[in-house]
Structures are given as C-alpha cells and as structure tokens.
Write a protein that binds this ligand. Sequence first.
Ligand code: CU
Length: 114
Amino acid sequence: MKLRFLSFLAAAALIVGLPPAAPAAPMASTAATVHIVNFKFVPATLTVAPGTTVTFINDDQEPHTVTATNHSFDSEGLDTNQKWARAFGKAGTFAYFCEMHPYMHGIVTVKAAQ
Ligand SMILES: [Cu+2]
C-alpha cells in the first residue's frame, strides 16, 4: 500500500513538479566563414543568427575587399590568406562587394531563428 502511494506521489510530482528539462535546442551558430575563391565570395549568400561573427578569408592570389554596398563596413584590402571578421549583431540584409572587382557580390542575411 505504501509503495503504491509513493508511486502516486512520484507520478504527481512528474505532472505538477519541476518543469521538464529544456529540450535540446539546436545550437545557433555564432560563427561562419566566407571564402574568397576565384573572384567569388563562397558562399555568396549566407544566412546567420544575430550576433554571428563572419570571417572572410581571401584564398585568391589577388587582393580583395569586403565592402558593404552602403559602406557601413569595409575590410580594406585583404592579401592572400588574410582574414577579416565582422560581428553581425542586428537582423537585416547586408550586401557587400569587392572594391577592386565590383562585379564580386555577396549578401549576409541576419535573421533570428523562429
Ligand atoms: Cu576582388
């Protein structure tokens, strides 16, 4: 009898007791990388969570820049293997290009997970 009562208590505790452990939320990535390869940004379009730091790496033998279309950021010239990082804190769409090769375009979209 006592055992059954304890079982009841345990079941009741499960129902009304402590909140269940939070389900494992998918880890929002806080870092991403864009390579500059063969005069292209790879990937050319990137979607990240707010607060993500995006690192741009120039894999080419030519210098490139990562320059916002609205000039809100500018890496200046990146030599071969040089890296440049920027934290994207707020949601929005950030178009950029290479000042030395203006046909090179990329977009970082910053969007909160649903
Ligand atoms: Cu370039």
